[in-house]
Design a protein around this ligand. Structure first.
Ligand code: ADP
Ligand code: MG
Length: 387
């Protein structure tokens, strides 16, 4: 990074969600300033930087956004690749737009994994109804039909248990480019978060164990006593091959399925990731700080864990904050978002000195968070269960 002749470094962030908020919260103590480009109103980044509120395809706003920035990064995965291309004509964008392009299309993402020798679920592209029928014949049931673009938190997916599900899945998703994946009966879901600096240095956080419900991440544990050094190595090899192949700079997350036959890569995120939020309180350097260090060409910080950590997402409604803070080792992170069903509103990190102490604290925390979730969603739950 150039020496601040004209004041502290100004980081441009495409997107203004909670990931942008937490990047700023990590960077402000380092003397960094932030400017966000965000089309939505009332975003979680108001209060942590300047916000240019505009559509992605507004050229004047884009020029205003870029004026005086030291580097541009993104926190939202579905920024149009053309916008990133345009910005890179004016200045540095990290991670590279190639990584963004690959991650925006599940098919090209899985083809990239395959090209690098990384195992994945079997998959086939689906463009027409006939191709779906053909793909189902090849991959069989159970399988998962996914939109190639714009999916997140399990949105844009249908599980196919048998022939009876095919028509309704096509009905729901057939307007989009699709792919069919064989269903993987994984033992558990893991993710690895890696970071690569401008000089090519790489570092990997301890692999985390992730629990999803209804397609949304609920809890992460890291480090996990159940993750063997072999699995850690395997995960790091997968992430390293992607980082090198993409000439990547910044934080990259890879979601993995752990199976008896080894790790399969499910998807990657060319940005800081929900399964890395535990690093805010449970690692020497958080994923947010390391992402900023990387994109600014600064030395990376240690990725070593501090104790044993878990992260619990707060989804749809906020539980009793006083009760949460009364659990030892708990830290509350709220995103300044309006409660809405299925929406990530914040998370709690919990840290302990031993796996046993963590287990006990996590159980107490989950009892508070899930007790609340049940008491606040009964109508929706009952409605969907009633015949
Ligand atoms: N091929 C598959 N086999 C089994 N489960 C899957 C498969 N694909 C997705 N899932 C489940 O659905 C979740 C969300 O799918 P994912 O591909 O990660 O999309 P998203 O972008 O919504 O996170 C995964 O974390 C996993 O629990
Ligand atoms: Mg996912």
């Amino acid at each position: 990074v150039s020496l601040p002749e004209t004041g502290p470094p100004l980081i441009g962030v495409l997107g203004g969600g909670q990931l942008g908020r937490m990047l700023a919260l990590a960077g402000i103590p380092m003397g960094l300033r932030f400017r966000f480009l965000e089309p939505g109103q009332d975003s979680p980044v108001r209060g942590v930087g300047e916000v240019v509120r505009a559509r992605w395809d507004d050229p004047d706003a884009l020029r205003r956004f870029c004026d005086g920035l030291d580097v541009v990064t993104y926190e939202f995965e579905n920024v149009p690749v053309g916008v990133v291309g345009q910005i890179s004509e004016w200045g540095r964008v990290s991670p590279p737009s190639r990584a963004l392009a690959a991650a925006q299309d599940r098919l090209s993402e899985k083809e990239l994994f395959r090209r690098l020798g990384v195992q994945t679920a079997p998959f086939l592209p689906v463009g027409t109804r006939d191709e779906l029928v053909e793909a189902v014949r090849t991959l069989d049931f159970p399988s998962v039909l996914k939109t190639r673009q714009m999916g997140y938190d399990g949105k844009g997916q249908r599980f196919l248990r048998g022939h009876e599900d095919v028509a309704s899945a096509w009905e729901a998703l057939g307007d989009h480019p699709l792919m069919l994946e064989g269903f993987i009966a994984f033992e558990r879901e893991l993710s690895v978060i890696g970071v690569r600096g401008q000089d090519g240095t790489v570092a990997f956080y301890p692999v985390s164990v992730n629990e999803h419900r209804e397609g949304i991440l609920r809890t992460t544990r890291a480090p996990s006593p159940g993750v063997s050094p072999q699995r850690q190595d395997e995960a790091e090899r997968i992430a390293a091959s992607l980082l090198h192949e993409l000439d990547y700079v910044g934080v990259l997350a890879v979601e993995l399925f752990d199976t008896a036959d080894g790790l399969l890569a499910n998807e990657m995120a060319p940005r800081v990731h929900n399964s890395g939020h535990w690093t805010q309180d449970g690692a020497v350097t958080s994923q947010f700080e390391n992402h900023l260090r990387a994109v600014l060409g600064l030395p990376l910080g240690s990725v070593a864990p501090r104790g044993w950590s878990a992260m619990v997402n707060l989804i749809g409604s906020l539980p009793d904050q006083r009760a949460i803070l009364a659990v030892p080792g708990c830290h509350l992170h709220l995103y300044d978002k309006e409660p809405r069903a299925g929406r990530k509103l914040g998370h709690v990190n919990v840290v302990a000195d031993t796996p046993e102490a963590l287990k006990e604290r996590l159980e107490r925390l989950l009892a508070i968070v899930e007790g609340e979730a049940e008491s606040l969603v009964p109508q929706a739950a009952q409605a969907s269960q009633s015949p």
